[in-house]
Design a protein around this ligand. Sequence first.
Ligand SMILES: C[C@@](CO)(OP(=O)(O)O)[C@H](O)COP(=O)(O)OP(=O)(O)OC[C@H]1O[C@@H](n2ccc(N)nc2=O)[C@H](O)[C@@H]1O
Ligand SMILES: Nc1ncnc2c1ncn2[C@@H]1O[C@H](COP(=O)(O)OP(=O)(O)O)[C@@H](O)[C@H]1O
Length: 336
Amino acid sequence: MNAGESTDTVAVRVPGKINLELLVGPLREDGYHELSTIFQAVSVYDRVTVRPADEWSVHVIGPYADRVPTDGSNIALVAAKALGRRRPRHVPHDPVRIDIEKTIPVAGGMAGGSADAAATLLACRELWAMDHVDNETLAQIAAGIGSDVPFLLSGGTAIGSGRGEHITPVLGRGELHWVLWAGEGLALSTPNVYAECDRLRAESGAEPPVPQPSEELMTALRRMDPDDVGPALRNDLQDAAVSLEPLLAEVMRTGVELGARAALVSGSGPTVAFLTGSQAEAIDLSVGLAANGPAGDIVRAVGPVPGAQVVQHVRTPPSPPPTPPRSSPPLGPVTG
Ligand SMILES: C[C@@](CO)(OP(=O)(O)O)[C@H](O)COP(=O)(O)OP(=O)(O)OC[C@H]1O[C@@H](n2ccc(N)nc2=O)[C@H](O)[C@@H]1O
Ligand SMILES: Nc1ncnc2c1ncn2[C@@H]1O[C@H](COP(=O)(O)OP(=O)(O)O)[C@@H](O)[C@H]1O
């Protein structure tokens, strides 16, 4: 950082997501699967802060911090550099320091890394005053970083098509009350779960059709009535996640026995999302799971919530350049 540059700090709050529907179509030639998914952003948040620095770095705190890389593979750093490359040529490509307060479970199927990437894009656009990058362009940059990243910019409830990066908002009223179970020390790698899904399909000889959002869920989401939403939830990656982590079947069974309206693996897992009918039901279920379920973190959340949002911009005026030493006369005795 050079003298005369601002030391502004921008903080962004970003939610995690669950997939209310994840329909996995055929494997494409580029190695991705054609998807039709319905994302919902839920009230479990990371906070990402960026500030100018002498070199690129990322620092993570929070209960899952030790599971997040802090080298160049951190997807938040990848996002900052990708946006930095869009700065006009005459503007120096300034490094930033990124601080992540991590609450979204890591490698849990809640897109925590993608959330941090989306938050970093928004924070750096603000920090670098890149007004020429509109939301559509930001979403395109986001898609280049990961399939889930564009959704975390917009949040709410939305259809994801293509490989999940094309986002269409779903309008609906009301909110859903979720209980999330994240198994202690459990993690599933997204590519491994997709590969397991392909393996199971090859075994059964099932050819997936090109996926389309289901009418049943789209209708249920208009009023977000848990009685209608519950039976319409579906995740094509669930069998693959359970095949790699059989404990998930027991977790889902226990939650339903304890009164959940429905249970499903979130995305590629291993977080399990339980749908309840109200805040009171969610409290009862989380207490029951904590007492009777397999060990794990249990969190209540509501959805939908908005995507990444700037929550703080501390503007610090540029420090004045150091004044050159003056050739002043030697100090003599002070006379009155
Ligand atoms: C499964 C989902 C459901 O929302 O998320 P998670 O539950 O893991 O958070 C997503 O499809 C994950 O999206 P994201 O984590 O952004 O994946 P990417 O970085 O784009 O891709 C990682 C890898 O996942 C596989 N992949 C991803 C998306 C897709 N439509 N088909 C795939 O086969 C590919 O093997 C790819 O190399
Ligand atoms: N900022 C980040 N937060 C979490 N994980 C990250 C981050 N950057 C890179 N990763 C890597 O991405 C992997 C997937 O993380 P995450 O996005 O939390 O899971 P998922 O893809 O299941 O939603 C982690 O195991 C970790 O190695």
